[in-house]
Design a protein around this ligand. Structure first.
Ligand code: SF4
Length: 591
């Protein structure tokens, strides 16, 4: 990229690469580029792209480069100058790679994938790309419903990337020189690989799915033993401040709590924990190679890591004294004074999600009032003076009483705080509410999403009662949540909408100041696709767009969990014994 361009854009450090700790690279027999469809400072905090880079870099003859979405000032400059989007390390045009991969972390990043393909001079539609264009691949959490992107992506990797991306790389090297179609046929034999061009979807007149042309479902890829899995010994230290500026280890994959709205809680099963020895070695290596002064202990619910106390002890003994630990996802019921002392925070984040015990039972958020009280007292005794609470609007069976329940929780927290006169400082409480989004492969995948009017009424109900000073209320943009819901449960027809929306100027939609619902609505109108078709309640006997994918959790189990939700019956966590979700038939969970 011409230096002159860099002088005309914001934060040029996003585009120069050469970070401290970055891997030395040179062109190889197989050249792969992992793309993060959002800006550098967001992508640099993402662990999965670092794992993919490590997996591919360990294969002889392969290299893995990186590319992050340019902010729109650079996008416009590249177009103006007739320059193509290049990778960060080898500075190679994306179209010169053998394979270009996108990580799918968030549905609202899908238009940014089209933006990056366009800036790279790569035709958006897979049917329009001949042999002289790279294979476009995608993976990550949103790949469990790949259909909205089926028009644009040549192959998806569904599930874990550790084994599947290695096999894909080895196959590409082995079949060097064969045609793309031949390679895709061979690749489709790897567990977790889905090639849309090899699967036909039949639709009925009314838009519902009649069936898929494949007999056997696509089984997700699964890395059974995380202790043996490739993990990066170092990480590039970002050139500008990133969302999380710290070293990160993944202590566990999967969660056994089974909250009925949570997609991650089901698609990452079975629960697999890395050993204390492995994690200590990984953390020490990262700190030695990067100089970071903080290590994040990442997972869906780090407080549930089986040997957390032992791990914290080992890390404290083996890491330099000035290195602190961050425990990002602590639930209040697994809150422990010992953990508190280890972290540097003054504000606590807690996600009750629902305002009453009844509704928490409906969503299987197995937290009791006693848990709340015990956890809060511990936090306040350890100096916390701020608390952020997350709730959702529009959960199944929700009533106004549940919304008012949110105010009761806030009042209760204030009472708990002021019960101890030594807690002099005023307590700041932030309440953040988002609209519930029904996601594939959850017990709530069939639920309808509430409309804008209902959300506004609930916001008013809450705002009119949360008038205590030092309590701050915020809520998500409804239109953004609705679009996320449409794409999350979309079928192949959504591809037309994504392309139209991009052509109208929609990309970087994850940024609220970039998201333009008017243009999106025009895209639906002009493609004749009905949004409400994707936010309605789905029939339990309907064929769902993702039904040809098997994540090893039985649909029967999800249906049964939905039924239990409607009677506010808790299933509880797997720690109290296996609940038979289906995974047990193929893999064991280490609990
Ligand atoms: S197999 Fe059993 S223990 Fe494992 S996640 Fe499923 S229900 Fe829980």
């Amino acid at each position: 990229m011409k230096e002159s361009i860099l002088k005309r854009v914001e934060k040029p450090s996003r585009y120069v690469g050469g970070e401290y700790g970055v891997r030395k690279k040179s062109k190889a027999d197989f050249n792969y580029c992992i793309c993060f469809p959002d800006v550098y400072e967001v992508g640099m905090s993402n662990l999965s792209i670092r794992i993919v880079e490590e997996v591919i870099s360990r294969v002889d003859g392969a290299v893995c480069d990186r590319c992050f979405a340019p902010w729109d000032d650079l996008g416009k400059e590249l177009k103006k100058e007739g320059e193509l989007l290049t990778s960060l390390d080898l500075k190679m045009p994306l179209k010169d790679f053998d394979m270009v991969g996108f990580t799918l972390q968030y549905e609202m990043s899908f238009t940014t994938i089209l933006y990056m393909l366009d800036l790279a001079g790569i035709p958006l539609k897979r049917e329009e790309r001949g042999e002289d264009y790279p294979i476009i691949q995608a993976g990550g959490p949103c790949a469990v419903n790949p259909e909205p992107l089926a028009d644009f992506i040549d192959l998806f990797v569904i599930g874990d990337g550790e084994d599947s991306m290695r096999e894909l790389t080895e196959l590409k090297l082995k079949l060097k020189g064969v045609s793309k179609s031949r390679f895709l046929i061979e690749a489709s034999k790897i567990q977790g690989v889905y090639v849309p061009s090899l699967v036909e979807v039949k639709y009925k007149e009314n838009g519902l799915i009649e069936g898929f042309s494949i007999k056997e479902p696509i089984k997700k890829a699964l890395c059974a033993d995380l202790d043996k899995a490739p993990f990066p010994p170092s990480q590039a230290v970002a050139n500008c401040e990133s969302v999380f500026d710290r070293a990160v280890i993944e202590v566990m994959r999967g969660c056994y709590r089974g909250c009925r709205f949570c997609q991650a809680g089901f698609i990452y099963r079975p629960v697999r924990a890395r050993g204390v020895k492995t994690l200590t070695e990984q953390a020490c290596s990262l700190i030695k190679n990067t100089g970071f002064d903080e290590v994040g202990l990442n997972s869906l619910s780090t407080g549930d890591y089986p040997n957390l106390k032992e791990l914290i002890k080992e890390l404290k003994e083996n890491l330099p004294e000035d290195v602190s630990l961050a425990l990002p996802s602590l639930r209040l019921d697994s809150f422990d004074g010992e953990f508190v002392q280890e972290t540097r925070k003054s504000s606590l984040t807690f996600a009750p999600e629902a305002g009453t015990q009844r509704l928490r039972d409906v969503i299987n958020k197995d937290i009791t009032e006693e848990d709340v009280e015990r956890g809060l007292n511990m936090a306040f005794d350890n100096g916390y003076t701020g608390i952020k609470l997350y709730f959702m609007f529009g959960l199944p069976t929700e009533t106004d009483e549940d919304i008012i329940g949110i105010c009761n929780i806030v009042d209760k927290i204030r009472k708990i705080y002021s019960a101890n006169p030594q807690r002099a400082r005023r307590l700041r409480i932030s309440v953040s509410a988002s609209t519930f989004i029904p996601k594939p492969f959850t017990p709530f995948q069939w639920e309808r999403q509430i409309g804008e009017e209902e959300v506004s009424r609930k916001v008013e109900l809450l705002r009119s009662r949360l008038f205590h000073k030092n309590t701050y209320l915020s809520w998500n943009d409804f239109a953004l949540s609705q679009m996320e819901a449409v794409i999350a449960r979309g079928d192949r027809k959504i591809g037309k909408v994504l392309q139209k929306a991009y052509e109208k100027g929609c990309y970087l939609d994850g940024w609220t100041d970039k998201f333009n619902p008017t243009l999106w609505n025009e895209a639906f109108l002009e493609t004749g696709v009905d949004k409400e078709f994707y936010t309605r309640e789905l029939g339990e006997d309907e064929i769902l767009p993702w039904d040809f994918i098997d994540i090893f959790v039985d649909k029967k189990f999800l249906l049964n969990e939905r039924k239990k939700a409607y009677s506010a019956t808790v299933t509880g966590s797997c720690k109290s014994g296996c609940k038979g979700c289906g995974i047990q038939k193929v893999y064991g969970c280490n609990l």
